[in-house]
Design a protein around this ligand. Sequence first.
Ligand code: ADP
Ligand code: MG
Length: 389
Amino acid sequence: MVPTSATRLFSGAFGTQPSGTWSAPGRANLIGEHTDYNDGFVLPFAIEHRTRVALGSRDDGVVRVISTFDENPVELPLAQLDEVFPDRRDEIVEWARYPLGVAWALLRRTGATGVSGVDLAFASDVPVGAGLSSSAAIEGATASALNDTWGLGLDPVTLAQVGRTAENEAVGAPTGIMDQMASMLGRTDSAIFLDCRSLDARVIDLGFADAGLDLVVIDTNVTHAHATGGYRERRASCEHGASVLGVSALRDVGIDDLPRAQDLLDDVTFRRVRHIVTENQRVLDTVRTLTEEGAASIGDLLTASHASMRDDFEISTLELDAAVESALGAGAIGARMTGGGFGGAAIALVPHDRVDEVRAAVASVFAASGFRAPTVFTVTPSQGAHRDG
Ligand code: ADP
Ligand code: MG
């Protein structure tokens, strides 16, 4: 096995060699924002940044986890996972709820008994809290490693669902399933076109390299205090809109239904609904455009998505708007904020020879505006979760 920092952490902390290593990537979302919990469409891709886990079995039924984040191991008998999750999760240090929550969700889902104890050591190069889903990466790595080690035979979509259960119930974060699906199913140079209602997933060729394009992430390094409250409020508006319109989810409202929606809804709810309805259509249009014309033609759809989040969904920030505008001004063919909003990152699709200009333009606009310096880097559509060694 090639030594990785996960195997080094493992042998340093546990004094033995692991029996294998697995990894799962973070993700970026090309388009389809806040559509996931409305049963709609999203188009994320896995990135090259990954979380690796080294695993060794133990014969005492105990699960022990350690991460480069926090070098104190956390351990618990597998038989006690059920007592801790979900009600007593506060007794577990927050980061360890992710891997222990995955073990709990896997055992609950499969009803497996008599599985071996495990030692797990994690090392990651996925930036945390930058909207690239380090949480899905640690869940996907854990789920893949345990699925193989315990011989559970679950498919990648089920492992994604297990990751989501862990995040929702063991960690307590109300997220959709997009991140886990992208991390499990990602393919090199491709995005995952996901129907969040049926969980049908199609691999869509992105062809960024052939089109001479780079996907640039601009992390504003700002998260606003009301991000969680803002997210909940938007979800509540969408549910309210759906119930007034008599549908189970806004997925069932089409562009043609918008005039009727405008008559029935108050202005704010209507604009929230319009974002979801038009964003779903933009995902479909992006998939069609990628397939028929190629990546060089999707820029306006990305930029329209940003305008909709800024004006209708009202989740952008001055920093995100500045990131998008300065990237476009320096030659990006399209740009949008990505993630839940109220801070976080924007993405820009940029001709390869304009990346340095975009980087410089964003840095100078941020400095002139008195914003915190952003972090700007490119990401490459990459392979999803797998066993490494
Ligand atoms: P993100 O946008 O990066 O997914 P989240 O808040 O959803 O942000 O998840 C980040 C949290 O996931 C971290 O604060 C930590 O608790 C946990 N986490 C992610 N990666 C690791 C890792 N390699 N080791 C330990 N904990 C991790
Ligand atoms: Mg996350």
